[in-house]
Design a protein around this ligand. Sequence first.
Ligand code: AMP
Ligand code: MN
Ligand code: MN
Ligand code: MN
Length: 291
Amino acid sequence: MINKLGFTDLHTHSTFSDGTDSPETIVEKAKKAGLSSVALTDHDCVYGIDQFVAAGKKYGIETISGIELASYFSAPFIERTKEIHIVGLFIDSGNSALLDKTRQILNDRVERNKKMTKRLTELGFPMTYDELREVAGRDSCSRTHYALLMVKKGYVKDKKEAFAKYISSGMPGYVPRILPTPKECIELIKNAGGVPVLAHSTLYGLTFEQIDLMAESLRKIGMEAMEVMYSTYTAEQEAKVTAIAKKHGYAFSGGSDYHGLNKAGIYIGIGKGNLKIPESFVYDLKLRRGN
Ligand code: AMP
Ligand code: MN
Ligand code: MN
Ligand code: MN
């Protein structure tokens, strides 16, 4: 059956977080891919949105203002706290509470990174925060940049070794970030006029039974949608996540999680090649605004 409404992509990253394309290039590529709409969902930041919306007008494609917030989720049915990601769609990027929170998240990240630099230096891998910043090209440095710096300095042979031995959660060089709770994220997004979406639920190392329980508990605190289509989902994962979303009354969302060259082989709209997210998702998600 022909989908008269067309297709969308509700999860992408620009150079304002860890993608390699500008917001304008993302819009241009979405237009070229034949999409009816596209969302920009940079990590913990909305600074790319103005450029994104302006580009949407220029290229004649609907742009959806978004964000991807990181959060810690813990519950009796999981062994340890998980970092989960909550996408906010249709947000007002000028909302002052949201802007304040993203500024605080960045400050907390900087403080954490300074601690982690110190810890790694004490472990025998001398480094400074300025060197880390240089690798990242900005203040919003992540553990990926630590791994790159450790490779550059010859402390490890590759990024994988840096994570496996030193900087993954539980390893000696790791310092956790300070993150908002899921409830805080949901409220921030809703108060900014947006719709909160549980992102890529298969990426948290949970069983489907645990995903089901997490979906149930997040629904109770106001989560409105789940990503039921995602670049890396297998057919089985898509079917199971869709069933879980339906069971708990979630709207459907989906996206490629496009990062440009930082996630090789993932393209806008089509993910690894087969992704097709119907524009009808956008209509249903819009109905959740103001809930
Ligand atoms: P941070 O937000 O600073 O804790 O860093 C998160 C970044 O580290 C994300 O870009 C992840 O993709 C990356 N990351 C986390 N664990 C690993 C791993 N085991 N191997 C490679 N990258 C990882
Ligand atoms: Mn990313
Ligand atoms: Mn994510
Ligand atoms: Mn993402």
